[in-house]
Ligand binder design. Structure first.
Ligand SMILES: CC(C)(COP(=O)(O)OP(=O)(O)OC[C@H]1O[C@@H](n2cnc3c(N)ncnc32)[C@H](O)[C@@H]1OP(=O)(O)O)[C@@H](O)C(=O)NCCC(=O)NCCS
Length: 245
């Protein structure tokens, strides 16, 4: 088991945040780790488990399942794509930021930061807006592609190279334009970008509950590489929480 405090998350949320990676820890070990975090004043703990906790153990820890995190992967030999992507162009700064921000927020709708009703809504929005801005400035992404319809941005995908791996970050298509193949065009264009960077494999992370995204990645040739259960444990009452769903 690994337990670490998360500096960035703590600063962002304005309260101490830690991560527990269960790695086969026993129920007692987990309970002790949580008790230590609680005593240390940690407000939110993310618990990552390779297999789901038994419901009674999750209840005892007051751990809420917020994500069945799926990592999809494609090896280098599958990357070159011949699928056309006429609606997709590279991001240029003249593109309207508000539209892109809306798409970035949409990209997080199934994320644990939105699914968890105790995670403040304004923090969820700020998280995805910041993710987009840092992607556009090249801090956390190496390329951003945009799908347009009559000149208006209606979809986006962000990509980064991390060592030998190519990683897809944000992906979204405007609700009014879904089901028309734009998501596929964006992901196929990302595949081609990764092929040109000669990465050893490409990865994208989503949620098992996000049926549309899972279907999109599978249609584009990605296969499930790993599945993890992610829990949120609120160890103290946040002052800005949303009402329980
Ligand atoms: C996921 C998303 C980008 C798909 O975009 P899209 O433009 O509608 O997708 P496409 O039209 O290109 O469809 C691609 C494939 O996914 C399938 N698909 C799309 N939406 C689906 C849905 N709601 N249910 C089941 N399958 C779906 C399509 O049938 C197609 O597969 P097929 O070619 O085998 O038929 C879009 O639904 C979206 O923006 N969702 C909200 C944001 C999000 O969840 N992003 C992912 C973050 S990881």
């Amino acid at each position: 088991m690994k337990v670490e405090s998360l500096e960035w998350d703590s600063q962002f949320l304005g309260a101490p945040v830690s991560r527990i990676v269960a790695e086969g820890a026993s129920r007692r070990e987990l309970a002790e780790a949580v008790a230590r975090l609680r005593a240390a004043g940690v407000r939110l703990a993310y618990l990552f488990a390779d297999s789901p906790l038994a419901p009674a153990d999750a209840d005892a820890l007051q751990a809420r399942l917020v994500d069945r995190k799926v990592t999809y992967r494609m090896e280098a030999d599958g990357l070159p794509s011949t699928h056309p992507w006429p609606a997709v162009t590279p991001y240029v700064p003249a593109m309207p930021q508000a539209e892109l921000e809306r798409l970035a927020i949409e990209s997080g709708k199934y994320s644990r930061f939105h699914v968890d009703p105790r995670f403040p809504e304004d923090k969820f929005v700020a998280l995805y807006v910041q993710w987009l801005r840092k992607s556009l400035t090249g801090e956390i992404a190496d390329a951003v592609l945009v799908a347009t319809d009559a000149g208006r941005p209606v979809g986006l995908v962000t990509m980064a190279q991390s060592g030998p791996a190519g990683k897809i970050g944000l992906v979204a298509v405007d609700e009014a334009c879904r089901g028309r193949g734009l998501g596929r065009q964006l992901v196929e264009a990302a595949r081609q970008w990764f092929a040109s960077r000669q990465v050893s494999h490409a990865e994208v992370v989503t949620q098992q509950d996000n049926v549309a995204a899972c279907r999109l990645y599978e249609t584009c040739g990605f296969r499930v590489h790993a599945v993890q259960s992610v829990y949120h444990l609120w160890l103290a009452t946040p002052s800005t929480s949303r009402p329980e769903a």
